[in-house]
Design a protein around this ligand. Structure first.
Ligand SMILES: [Zn+2]
Length: 389
């Protein structure tokens, strides 16, 4: 985001036209200080001006913008300075890059996205077993409430990186308006409130990505649960060894009876009772409080998605499933023999559409070389969930 003091003659609409940004995103305070999301300020020397005009800004850079951002009245006044600010529009790929996505990497990206796009709201909805914040990002203020989440399972951390990249793209998409665009991002988010929990299980993700967590007692316990091994690449559970996606009160007893682990385990242990874990409690509370119209949970792998539970899914689920299968190479699967998952519980409790997406194909954790393919396949599904189908 950039800020500068505007003179009396300049209106918000003038600025919106100059920057080609939706005027609703431009803020002005009582001092006539203007805030514009989606742009960086860049300090350049005056002899770089010609070069800057050529490379960085093409048609967007003009004297009017430079005068505004540098709070000067004329080009002459600008040229007299040794250095001044130019502006750069952020691209949809300015911040999130595919990388082993620990909690701190995610938190760092989140801070940068929020700085560039302050209209992205961030709430702390709970804390993990080890006391890390569980974040919810909120975009928009509409009546239709959609929820996405990622990394219920620790070694599926690539889903967090995918979802954060999509968040960055959505923020960019919101502000960037072109006359030819059929869907205006700003209008879309006046109809929708999108809630995103990008990392449900940060303790587990850190154990897989970093090979360790900060707490020595839990670290030691995790090694014991892991059969004495320091290799946590197959770890799906939270730091206590409970599988968070087997924790929800939708026929939990069936999973409890038939799952092989009868105690804490790197994967599949449903816990001592439903919603026994800090992370699953946080997610259940969020759903109850917010009353979402649809939820999508991102997992890996399989290139398919599940959308039924005991026949309780509504007609609307069929339409979305057909649409998702049309816009992606993922296979639509109505039901599988599974209970106690987040989407199972959501469908059972509310009879509203719930989806589990299994991104990519291979052995978890999926390699980063698959990132772009996964991103490209998933984007149309996630974007489709925001549309009325
Ligand atoms: Zn999973």
């Amino acid at each position: 985001m950039i800020s500068f003091l505007a003179n009396e003659e300049t209106s918000i609409q003038d600025i919106a036209n100059m920057f080609r940004i939706n005027p609703n995103f431009i803020l002005m305070n009582e001092r006539r200080e203007i805030f514009i999301p989606g742009f960086y300020k860049k300090l350049i020397s005056s002899n770089e001006l010609y070069l800057a005009k050529k490379d960085l800004f093409d048609d967007l850079l003009n004297v009017e913008i430079l005068n505004l951002v540098n709070e000067v009245k004329s080009e002459k006044e600008l040229k007299e300075r040794q250095s001044f600010f130019s502006v750069v529009r952020a691209t949809p790929n300015s911040i999130v890059v595919p990388q082993p996505y620990s909690f701190s990497k995610m938190e760092n990206d989140l801070a940068q996205i929020q700085q560039l796009y302050p209209f992205l709201n961030v709430n702390e909805i709970g804390k993990t077993t080890l006391g890390k914040p569980i974040y919810e990002l909120v975009l928009g203020s509409g009546s239709r409430k959609i929820h996405w989440n990622a990394s219920f399972h620790a070694n599926e951390w690539i889903t967090s990186c995918v979802i954060m990249k999509i968040v960055e793209w959505l923020c960019y998409f919101c502000t960037f308006t072109l006359p030819s665009e059929t869907i205006n991002g700003y209008d879309l988010f006046t109809q929708i409130t999108l809630s995103i929990v990008p990392m449900v299980n940060p303790d587990g993700v850190d154990l897989v990505v970093n090979g360790k967590v900060d707490d020595p007692i839990f670290q030691e316990q995790a090694i014991l649960i892991n059969g004495g091994s320091n290799d946590f690449t197959a770890w799906k559970a939270n730091i206590r060894g409970v599988d968070l996606n087997n924790q929800f009160p939708a026929n939990w007893e069936i999973e409890k009876a038939r799952k092989i682990p009868k105690s804490y385990s790197p994967r599949d242990y449903p816990g001592d009772y439903p919603l026994s874990e800090a992370e699953s409690i946080t997610m259940a509370k969020l759903v109850v409080e917010r009353q979402f119209d649809m939820v999508l949970a991102l997992h890996t792998q399989g290139k398919e998605f599940y959308w039924g539970y005991e026949g309780l899914e509504p007609e609307e689920s069929i339409r979305y499933a057909e649409y998702f299968a049309k816009v992606s190479p993922y296979r639509s699967v109505r039901t599988i023999d599974s209970h106690a998952g987040f989407k199972d519980w959501f469908i059972q409790k509310y009879q509203k559409p719930g989806f589990t997406l299994e991104l990519g194909k291979g052995i978890n954790p999926l390699p980063l070389s698959k990132f772009h393919e996964i991103y490209a396949e998933t984007m149309p599904i996630l974007f489709g969930s925001l549309l009325l189908i």
